[in-house]
Ligand binder design. Sequence first.
Ligand code: ASP
Ligand code: MG
Length: 248
Amino acid sequence: MEVYKFGGASVRNGENIRQLGQILASAPRPLVVVVSAMGKTTNALERIVDAYFFHNRDWQEELNALKNYHFTVARELFNENNKVLAHLEGLFSSLEAILTTQPSMNYDYDYDRIVHFGELLSTTIISHYLNDIGIKNTWLDARSVIKTDSNYRQANIDWDITGQLIKQKIDFRDTDLYITQGFIASDHNGQPVTLGREGSDFSAAIFAWALEASKLTVWKDVDGIYSADPKYYPEARRFDRLSYRETT
Ligand code: ASP
Ligand code: MG
């Protein structure tokens, strides 16, 4: 089996999600696909946490913008009566329910409760979209298989339990494709946790390790390795050949 990981930039709009669909249509099976939150969603959620916890700004505006963004992408991919829209509404209501209660005394705990929604939203959209276009898949809740301690925002993996749960839940019996979240997990009380910013690659490696994957592919939104990030440096050159040494 193989593991693919798609980062936030690769799923930031409808067009990119369609491309992901094309890639998965001809991808090997069995396959586990690990996805980040769309675009800059995690940054937006961090601003929401700050506004909520420190009462220093209005989080509602920021939340509306995030909602708008996700529904705009959803409208590009689905028709108006698709059941995914109710799903997304449900996720945003759960998020809003947290934001309308008092913050806890623990910033990091509140951070994880709120920020982990980014990956739930992206994978909900993507899993529904793929099923709609005939790429049958099962949405897997990473919180139910990746188990950690309660060191919020930088949780440490419980490798024994995590390995067991991943092997148990991802048995490929009824499906040959799972769509799951990077970056998020849960502690032993079932509270959501995150694994540190940019943690999705780590999540993908955890799945690859537990399932003894033959290959882990981290998809990027550029067509090769460049001398610099071509988004910021238009003069960046793409390398046609690179030795293993030069890449590390
Ligand atoms: N969404 C998380 C972040 O932006 C995790 C990741 O993308 O790897 O940090
Ligand atoms: Mg990333």
